[in-house]
Design a protein around this ligand. Sequence first.
Ligand SMILES: [Fe+2]
Length: 392
Amino acid sequence: MSKRILFVDDEVSVLKAYKRVLQHRGCQWDLVFCERATEVWERVQTESIDVVVSDVDMPGMTGLDLLEKMQGEPVTRDIPFIIVTGRGETGLKSRALDMGAVDLLLKPVDSNELMARVYSALRLKQYSDELKAQKESLDQQVRRRTQELANSRLEIVWRLAKAAECRDDDTGTHVLRVGTYSRLVAEAMGLGSQHCETLLLAATLHDIGKIGIPDAVLRKPGKLSDHEWHTMQQHCEIGWCILAESGPAPMCLTTGIYDWSPADQVRNPLLRMGADIALSHHERWDGMGYPHGLSQDQIPVPARIVAITDVYDALRSERPYKAAYTVDHSLQIIKRSGGTHFDPDVLLAFLSAFDDIQEAEFEYSQYLSQVPAGATGSAELDPVQLHTANLL
Ligand SMILES: [Fe+2]
């Protein structure tokens, strides 16, 4: 495609001289001539122009005004701008160069010099275009790789959560729903988008510690003895050990050297939040929960959120020992637990997000109904697809 060079001068004779000289030189450029800088300003914003050669003194918008405008807009900033002026205007060259002009020509313009300066400006434009294309290509690669990493993280975290979940619930979807609902509640609380996004994944890991609970306890159909119940409660601390502690999880429980404070020392924000949730999602607002009887502000906020979403989804789900409760019945139980089991403020956020939670619940059920008959468990679920569908 031939290069487009735009000339602007309020004197028609000057424009005609440019045309004559350049045609005489047999140049192959597409030449555009304008008598007003305002017309140039409109054209450079919408047309592909490779170089602007501009007079300085023009009625209305001057050459320097035009230069200033073009420098102020990303779309026109990189079009090389050559100033043409009469002799004797001292200081103009440095002023124009300071403002972003690439060169300055003196009137009357010498044809050799004009050609040389325009060629030089075109080379500059070409380098600039190549750099821009290279940058755009790199940006695209970074965006693609970032998305791939995010998808891979999503899938790994979900599969880790499912590893624990499949020991007592073969659907693996409880953890996904808890993640989705928790994010909705966090959004309703006005927490930052990064925080909400981290919570989405961290919440799915809330029961990761169940990996360390013996089958005889975890899968026992009947009522647990006191000792078994104590063992079951350890899934919180085991989960914390898995996510926050670099040593083996059982060691973590036997050494007793941990103060179980929030996992501030864990650098990875996802693991840090996941550890806090795993440890404290069965704590209660009134201090009657487990494993450490924390109350109110002692309980990390993400754990207070998961406390509600976990219970809500458990109420709404069928279990070996109970049928799924209706929405109304589940909501009734949740509401009357505000201020005792649950943080009243988190409960308010849960209620304000409830329409979205119900919508997500419906979408999940629709999605699951599309899983081919005979598929076992959650084998056909694709967390990346769920995320794309705004469920995860
Ligand atoms: Fe749990």
